[in-house]
Design a protein around this ligand. Sequence first.
Ligand code: ATP
Ligand code: MG
Length: 667
Amino acid sequence: MSELDPGSLVDGRYRVISRLGAGGMADVFLAEDEQLGRKVALKLLHRRFAEDPGFVERFRREAHAAASLQHPNVVQVYDRGGYDGIYYIAMEYLGGRTLKQLIRAEAPLEPLRAIDLTMQILAATRFAHRRGVIHRDLKPHNVIVDDSDGAKVTDFGIARAGASDMTETGSIMGTAQYLSPEQAQGHVVSERSDLYSIGVILYELLTGRVPFDADSAVTIALKHVAEAPVPPREINPDVPVPLEQLVLWALNKNPADRPADADELMRVLGQVREAVAAGSAGQMTAKMAAIGAGAGAVGTAVAVPTALVPGGATALTTPPPTEPPLRGEVLPHEGPPPEERGRNPWPWIALLLVLVLAGGGLAAYLLSRPAQVKVPDVVGYQLLVAQADVENAGFKPYVVNATSAEPSGQVVHQDPTGSAAKGSTVTLTVSSGPRSVSIPTVAQLPRQQAERALRQAGLKVVSVFSVSSSTVPAGNAVRTSPAAGVSVPAGTSVTLYVSSGPAPIAVPNVVGDTEAAAKAQLTAAGFKVTTTQKSTTNSSQVGNVVQQTPSGGKAPPGSTVALVIASAPSRVKVPNVTGDTARAATRQLTAAGFKVVKQRQAVSGQNHNGIVISQSPSPGSTQKRGSTVTIVVGKYHKPSTTTTTTTTTTTTTPTTPTVTTPTTPSG
Ligand code: ATP
Ligand code: MG
């Protein structure tokens, strides 16, 4: 029926994970809020309702009211909107089962357990009623229960399919079983309509059956209006009498005969609980039976436990209207409801009974209006302290558990605050420790985005480690510890592992290998290779690797290894440097790629001093780059006597200067 597949993105924000269920008006999906990185239950209104502008308007308005309800027993509404002609509500996702599933599996429940579940529904309902929100569709399908019987009510104030839809089968049928008579007739809905529905739920918890059932929604509605419920003890004799009476009290056809408000029902239920827990329900029964008995005949609805209900002494004993009207057949809203018309003398009898008892302490209790007293503010206290404070101030503490970020055992919420009737019940919501959150998947996200997603899921990122990864780019998240999908208490510390890129691998040493072999080996290992040439005079090295960087150790795959390959030297022409100064000759030869060796030779001519007289190999010949050129440089020697000197200009062998010895005549 739904057009949404897992993976679809709703309103650019909610990624559908799976389908949780469907009701009469909507499909519900588990989805990931990609903005906040948390799971939500996404309720998508069926299109046929979306086409009714009046309905959409109510849906919007009422979802708005519900969104402001924040209570441990109320499923939190986060967001609502329209998208592509579909209206949706995003709300707190709860992993537990619905109360309906619990009933199917386990009802009838122990009375105390049934009371404790009902108390939580009442706490949520009282809270909403005080803020002007009537649920209108309280039923076990709209209560989600966790493993420790913590209950949360969902769908507060959401627009309902009206009674006109009741001819349809399906989930409206489910709704009809919990609908109050006034709703079934299309009359004005009040807070007491919700109390009736809670009465039906408690009835079902205690007996495993709904009080009114039939094959069609219309028949069920007729029974709500006209038939008396089978008293719970006829189905389950283990139900304590006062508890049975309380159920029947809430199931009165006439709203005026039911508890005045959720607070009153809670208070009485709290008293019944105490009596049941203390094993003294029998005494309580005796007290209540004095009045209740006269009205308790099967076949009539009963207004019970009058002993506990100030001013609640009217017993409703209505002959069923032959054809109770449904919506469409408009009834006058002014004046008494139809069942009060032509009433028999029962109310008078009941009133008489009250008057008869008025002399006793019971009547005193009935008539005394409890004083308003300040309720101590105990939020943040340990439960034992809070309970003592509340009791000392004259109230009855009632304890409800809820997950919270606060330490287990601490009171996180109380209701009411301010002042309340002395003796009334104060609900203390006690933390059972942090809620659990599922670790989001952050793999592949850039580190900052991953950290943000973890924090938004309610986790702490305490350490970030680098790990190598061949699949995740450097700087992105690889994994977390604990791993994605693991359920942990909110506030848990998480370690984030960020990729430092691929792991370094060993660099093979290829010095001495041929260029081709070296390249093949390095490429196969996953490296890139660059080469440069370096000439060598050692001909056995030519074509081989003589140097590499890095030459060993480890390096990231894909990085570059630089090789130096020995190459045969090239040949160059020897420049002519004969006649140049030794210095200039050396410079020119070096620049041409030669090594220079100097030899000295004595010369007699001063002008040859420091001048290259000869060079070898001869100028103009081609020689290997890097080979040696020898230059012979003239060195002038002064003759030792006065003499005439001749200078040889080009000699390759050292020569003695020609010395002319002067001849001296004898005489
Ligand atoms: P109705 O349409 O009358 O409200 P319903 O309550 O059975 O009937 P939905 O409210 O649409 O139907 O819910 C359908 C199902 O989705 C529920 O039975 C429940 O299993 C699941 N569901 C609803 N809300 C949540 C939630 N907040 N967290 C987890 N599951 C939910
Ligand atoms: Mg629902």
